[in-house]
Design a protein around this ligand. Sequence first.
Ligand code: F1P
Length: 296
Amino acid sequence: MSFTGEEIARQPQTWLKAASVAAEAADLLPRPGERVAVVGCGTSWFMAEAYAALRERRGLGETDHFAASEFPHERTYDRLVAISRSGTTTEILDLLERRRGRFPAVALTAGTSTPIVDAADDVLDLSFADERSVVQTVFATTALTALRVGLGEAAEPLAQAARTALDAPLPEEWLAADQITFLGRSWAHGIAREASLKMREATQSWTEAYPSLEYRHGPIAIAAPGRLVWHFGADEDGLRADVAATGAYFVDHPEDPQADLVRVQRLAEAGAVRRGLDPDRPRALSRSVILDRPGS
Ligand code: F1P
């Protein structure tokens, strides 16, 4: 089995461990009422988006999310949450340095011997969920679980749903799809963007992601037989019928979108193998993006 496959399978255990780590370090995480910004790059940004929407939905405080490179430095927050598996991503480190002295920052990372430890004020150690793969799976969802537990959610039902997703068959219609569009409402949109990235990274295939109700505003134009529309959460907007009329295949899963993402991770890994690609060595990607800076 690939490293990626092994890492996907570890998720139920690491989610439970994240729950105990987050409970012990509760004072490091955003407090109710704080105005918070959450940042990351790539997969870590999409976890930031999901968390930001969940926190606002629970009425725990205004929460913005940004790709680290797009952070609006003229703004001030009560707390910054930075997500980075590696702890070495240039845009994250630059942002943490620039905000120093203006507002506190906590980093969620597996890289506990990396520059992020000094760049942030506090660190939530998720090194138990570190990965050998370039393509992120277990770290990302473990970080999201820690943050969700910090919002008062329980990890056990999530872990149980992940076990179900790990055991479920991957139908041929999914594996054979020549294009996939992922949809989700609210925080599930962050999960949809991550699913879309996962497929692109691992399989070099064409995928897209939209908020559910944006789908009719143009993107449905590419739905066709042999293509798949994947809805995170139950479709409550009648999208199934509209997609069926195009001949595309439609799936929705009522369970928690984070657990449903496990199916897509498996689909990405299996899709890479089917295309003759190595899931552990995706083309043109590196485990961490470290930019050359003038003078560095
Ligand atoms: C983030 C990231 C990954 C992506 C690629 C490059 O890294 O953008 O999401 O898959 O491997 O790095 P990190 O800051 O979370 O380490």
